[in-house]
Each structure stands twice: as C-alpha cells, then as structure tokens.
Design a protein around this ligand. Structure first.
Ligand SMILES: Cc1cc2nc3c(=O)[nH]c(=O)nc-3n(C[C@H](O)[C@H](O)[C@H](O)COP(=O)(O)O)c2cc1C
Length: 345
C-alpha cells in the first residue's frame, strides 16, 4: 500500500511531508479507535522477542530513531506501529527555530536523506508536558529522550544544558540519550572527544545517579556517537563512556561523508542517512562491539531499509536497532517486518 502512497507523499517538500505524517500520527494517537486500528493494521505476525539491555526490557528489538518526533507530538500514534522503543528529541532546554529552510533533502536515487535541521523544537517544557501522566501498557514501547544543547549555549557551558535536561526527563523517560554527534549544531561534535567528553559524562552521570536514587529505579544513559570518528577517536570516546559508567552507546548519527552518491542533491550540507550509511554503519557496529567486548550494549542506527539490514547489525553485535530514513522509503510497514525478522533471529 505504501508503494501507491509514496509518489504522492514525495510530491511534497520533505519537511512538509514529515509534518503531515506527524500530524496524522498525532491525531490517530489521540483517538483510541484509530490507535486500535493502527495496531491491528501493523501488528507483526508471531510473537515479538523482548530484549533485555541497559537494565530494561524492550518489548522488541526495533526502535524509532531520534529526530522523527522531536517534540513528542505523535508518540501515542507511533507506539501503535509496533515499535519496541521510541527515542524522542533531540530536545534542547529552550525552544529554538533550527536552521533556515530548506534543511531536509530527499536523495531518492540513493534512498537517502541529507538534513541540517539544527535541533528545531519547542523546548524541554513542551516535551515534558507531552510525556506527563503517560500510562503503561504491558506491550507499550519504552520511551527514550535524546538530549542536546541549545545552539546559543556556549560549548564551555554545554554540561549545564545536558544536566538540566537529565534532571527534567529522568522521571518521565525510560532512558536518556546524550547527543554529542549531530553535525548540524556548530561545535557539538567536539564534545565527543578528550577532556570535554570526560567532564560532560561525569556531570551527567552524577545527575543520573541522584535521579536514580530519588526515583528508586535505574535511569540508563546512552551516548550517541558520530560515524565519522577515526579508530583512535572511537577508542577514546568508548573509554570515556565506560569510565563514566554510562549504560550503552547508539551507533550512530548521520554522516558528513558522501559515499558514492548519485543524486544531484549530494552536495547539500548536512548529515546523510539512509542506504549509503548502512554498510559503513554495520562495520562501525562491529568495530565498536570488538572494542567494548561486551561491556556495554549497542543500539544500531544507520540505513536500515530492509529486515536483513537490521539482522546484519544484530549479527555484528548490536542488541537493538533504530529506524528513521527507512520509514520514508519503505513506509511504516517496515517496523513490523523488522520486528518479525529479528524475533526469528
Ligand atoms: C531529518 C532527520 C532529523 C534527525 N534529527 C536527529 C536528532 O534530532 N537527534 C539525533 O540524535 N539524530 C537525529 N537524526 C539521526 C537519526 O536519528 C539516525 O541516527 C540517522 O538518520 C541514521 O539512521 P537512518 O539511516 O535509519 O535514518 C536525524 C535524522 C534525520 C533524517
């Protein structure tokens, strides 16, 4: 069915198409019969396989990657698709407009997207309001909140933004993801290396521990890395992540590389996602798994457009996978197909 809809959706500019999809999912999420219909339409065949990772039990191995629902507007609708986790955000402390439009480009020939959104969003208060009072169905997806600094927060003050967000969202989320890897906020990726990463993660770790004591439950914190780190930088980042007692890594964000693209839009500035990221991402998951040697779980995010792509990442050492660009090219039915395939293993 998505094959028939896709040409119509692709007539809209990418950000308008996305806004429409989120609006429809938000509407469906607000209406219990529509939610039930979505659940019935997209239910996977057979039982899902729960995944135990980061001290949590994920209903299945497949999650929504950050950036799709930055403000948590549509999470109730997305929960019916049938994701095992939804990573909302990246949320920043204060609302901000992001970069000027156009800032999202579909590279159809490459089944890829380039985006330079720059964390547009309604800010922490708005997302917190959307998450308050969320009930728990046994099969409901876990909710992660991906946190980032405001564009106008100086890098030397970045830790204060992340700590404030950790404090705010620990009570509302099942896990937190630290985004130090978006290519679209100037300087953000310098937080992935050296003393800056050590200091940032220690500050976040202290807040996490304080929140876990208050809430009397674990508050896992994962760190999302860029795919563009060289071997030494990856090793150093993983050492800092382990030393700070973090709970997992997300491999990876979008890439600033442009591997073998054919689309005329390939020269646009921003982070590339989708099919061209798939194989390099799987290789990075494998390298990360070798370096971590079982110390921390890995969530793989990068170019999953078919169930086999997801299985390759699990075989390379990931515990869970996330989708974004695959939803644009393969449609929402991809979620259930990946859930089915990864349950079979
Ligand atoms: C339009 C767009 C916006 C994104 N925004 C974010 C974001 O706010 N935070 C983040 O951590 N990742 C963001 N990402 C990266 C995705 O979460 C994901 O890691 C990346 O796209 C690779 O997966 P994919 O190939 O399945 O899309 C964004 C990706 C896209 C395409």
């Amino acid at each position: 069915m998505y094959g028939k809809l896709r040409p119509l959706i692709f007539r809209l500019p990418p950000e308008a198409a996305h806004g429409l999809t989120v609006a429809l999912l938000r509407l469906a999420g607000a209406l219990p019969p529509a939610r039930a219909l979505l659940r019935a339409l997209f239910a996977p065949r057979g039982a899902a396989r729960p995944v135990h990772a980061c001290g949590l039990t994920f209903p299945n191995a497949v999650g929504l990657a950050a950036g799709y629902d930055k403000d948590g507007l549509a999470w109730r609708g997305l929960a019916a698709l049938p994701f095992g986790h939804l990573e909302l955000g990246t949320v920043t402390p204060r609302p901000q407009p992001g970069n000027p439009r156009p800032r999202v480009f579909r590279l159809v020939e490459d089944e890829a997207v380039i985006n330079r959104m720059g964390f547009p969003g309604r800010g922490a208060d708005a997302l917190a309001r959307r998450l308050k009072g969320r009930g728990r169905r046994a099969d409901a997806p876990l909710i992660g909140v991906n946190i980032g600094k405001n564009k106008d927060t100086r890098l030397e003050d970045a830790a204060a933004d992340y700590v404030a967000l950790a404090r705010r969202f620990a009570p509302l989320a099942d896990y937190l993801a630290v985004n130090v890897s978006s290519p679209n906020t100037p300087g953000l990726r310098t937080l992935q290396g050296g003393d800056a990463l050590d200091e940032l993660l220690r500050a976040i770790g202290d807040e996490r521990d304080a929140q876990a004591r208050l809430l009397a439950r674990p508050v896992p914190v994962l760190v999302k890395l860029a795919p563009d780190l060289d071997e030494a930088a990856l090793e150093q980042a993983l050492s800092a992540i382990c030393a700070a007692g973090m709970d997992g890594v997300i491999i990876s964000n979008t890439t600033v590389a442009r591997p073998g693209l054919t689309s005329r839009l390939a020269a646009q500035t921003g982070g590339l996602s989708g099919r061209p990221l798939c194989a390099p991402n799987t290789a990075l998951v494998r390298r990360t798994a070798a370096l971590l040697d079982g110390r921390l779980p890995i969530i793989a995010s990068g170019g999953i457009l078919r169930p086999a792509d997801a299985q390759e990442k699990l075989d390379a050492g990931a515990s869970l996978v996330q989708l974004y660009t695959g939803l644009i090219y393969a449609g929402p039915g991809l979620v259930g197909r990946v859930v089915e395939a990864t349950a079979r293993g």
